[in-house]
Design a protein around this ligand. Structure first.
Ligand SMILES: [Mg+2]
Length: 223
């Protein structure tokens, strides 16, 4: 049995900028920050890390209270932003998720999104039901910590000896590949986010794809 853990943004779906817009709206309404998020890297990073960097940049105290306030506001803006933008499920993902649930694979999440934000995005696009469990970016600054949490949860479910090499981490950034390496998992990189095939190849994933319009190469590796 294999476990496939998916990143969300740039891998399963494009929110059409809704996530970023909801964060900007939260910063504006809660903390009076009127600047777009343009100096802080978002792709591959956790919501906790993005918030911390924005707080530091704009002189907001990086406290648990302020982060909770930020996320509450972000979650209140997110559904409206998703509804007003042209997001989409990325090519081949619907078929891949169906194929994985028919195969001997467990499907979960390994994402920098906060758990509730992940749920809102996946529900909006009608794919939330595919994921049995997940590791999220509510508490962790580094994606490697999210990966360690995913490994811990996987071994809670499937036994303490579950081989990390049977976990496949699927994402669209070099940070996704690196966090797979941090736990001894396999890495699948897909160039449907902001990174090019060449940039992803430099991170040496086990499998590199332009998109999942042909899921065959991944399904073959899992067989
Ligand atoms: Mg991503």
């Amino acid at each position: 049995m294999n476990v496939c853990l998916f990143d969300i943004d740039g891998t399963l779906l494009s929110s059409g900028g809704a996530g970023k817009a909801a964060m900007e709206a939260a910063l504006a309404t809660e903390f009076g920050v009127q600047r777009p998020i343009d100096q802080v890297q978002m792709s591959g990073r956790t919501d906790r890390a993005i918030a911390r960097d924005e707080f530091l940049l704009h002189g907001v105290a990086d406290t648990a209270e302020n982060f909770a306030r930020f996320i509450r506001a972000y979650l209140s803006h997110l559904p409206g932003m998703l509804a007003s933008r042209r997001g989409r499920v990325l090519p081949g993902i619907a078929g891949l998720l169906d194929s994985l649930s028919q195969a001997e694979s467990v499907v979960g999440l390994l994402t920098g999104n906060v758990a509730q934000g992940a749920q809102v995005k996946l529900s909006h696009f009608g794919i939330a039901g595919h994921f049995r469990y997940g590791a999220f970016g509510d508490q962790f600054i580094s994606r490697d910590e999210v990966a360690h949490d995913a490994l811990r949860q996987t071994r809670e479910r499937f036994g303490p000896d579950f081989d990390a090499a049977r976990i496949w981490v699927i994402g669209d950034t070099p940070l996704d590949v690196m966090c797979a390496r941090a736990i001894g998992a396999r890495a699948v990189a897909v160039a449907t986010g902001v990174h090019t095939l060449a940039q992803l190849e430099a991170a040496s994933p086990d499998l590199l794809l332009a998109d999942f319009s042909d899921a065959g190469p991944l399904l073959a590796r899992l067989a």
